[in-house]
Design a protein around this ligand. Sequence first.
Ligand code: SAH
Ligand code: TYD
Ligand code: ZN
Length: 406
Amino acid sequence: MYRRCRVCEGELREFVDLGRQPTANGFLRPEETDGEYFFRLAAGICTDCAMAQLLDEVPQERRYHGGYRYHASGSAGHRKHFEENALRLLETELTGPDPFIVEIGCNDGVMLSTIARAGVRHLGVEPSTNVAELARARGVDVLTEFFDERTAAGIRSRHGAADVVFGANTICHIAHAASLLRGVDALLAPGGVFVFEEPYLGTITERTAFDQIYDEHVFYFSVTSVRAMAERHGFELVDAERIPLHGGEIRYTLARPGARVPSHAVQELLAEERERGLSDPATLGRFRDRVERVRKDLVTLLRDLRAQGKRVVGYGAPGKSTTVTNYCGIGPDLVPFVCDSTPSKQGHLVPGSHLPVLPPEAFSDPYPDYALLFAWNHADEIMAKERAFRQGGGRWILYVPEVRIV
Ligand code: SAH
Ligand code: TYD
Ligand code: ZN
């Protein structure tokens, strides 16, 4: 267990304990449940630099491998977001004579495929070989390694300096923060930028989105903690922008000190975090109380519906569904199955809680009375697609920011 901050060695104060949990993407076959891996899912905050982080850690090789289940291109919303991201980088940063971009955690190429089509030099660094293959099939160049100092030095000597180092929903997964930032430092051109967009501690606490907490998310960034981390490694935080992905994230831009004029947004968000007391024990204590309340309300509702003879099924099997089902003790007795569009999750069980994952067609065969929306961050897309369910009298159950039926 970590007692010291991974960034600054400061003391960690625990603020939430979600109990014994498996790895969020460790979907398994019904015959594979013996000896399933569990760890204690608890997060703490550094009393020095305010970086929120997991206390116990799952080794990275157990999280990312040739059977990694998350496919970034799985939703139309994410495809559009990352295409726009790529186009923006092409217009604003990749404008020199022979620009070069490195993406840490390119997954199935959701972002870099647009860069590749534009004929711009790029390299994805992606240790999960199955999703890396999907990226290659889309014309993306991929190095199947974990990004760290050593990998970065190798890229620099083979390809030269990068104008942009990019990461999305990946930088918070990397426990070796110091090695990562030394690697970015070695790789980045003098005027280059390190851009990354990641789940926001402010959203998690404000919306009680505790299901964002799982083994892969080692860090829960805030503007305050990212700025401290950047400065410790010789970078300046020059921009911070709120974006809607995964319920509300922040896109951070780091540059070398003095290379860019910092935007007002950085100071504004820092002030907002101070005013809200984002890193204060009292704020985090209230978050923990609300998390317990959601558990109580959700379990009560599901038991009541079962007692009334209503059928409830789950919609979406994101990593988040592992946290919420294991924390609340929701098993197949309360939710007989979940449906999910990811082929590699179908025919498997949600880790720990063992809800069977079926293809989306199972949802309407016949429609249940209620659908528990685990993929709540895709609510608009899913509710539009499944309009007929509600028109036929079906109702959605949401649990973020609180338990309610819509
Ligand atoms: N960027 C995509 C995928 C995020 S999933 C998106 O935003 O949707 C996180 C990805 O990071 C996984 O594909 C995982 O294999 C990869 N990853 C984890 N640790 C890494 C590391 N040290 N270096 C590079 N990639 C890593
Ligand atoms: P997501 O919330 O993106 O990820 P995480 O694992 O980081 O929590 O995952 C959404 C899940 O929902 C993913 O497994 C695909 C699934 N899904 C559907 O089944 N149908 C849909 O229409 C959409 C948009 C997603
Ligand atoms: Zn710290």
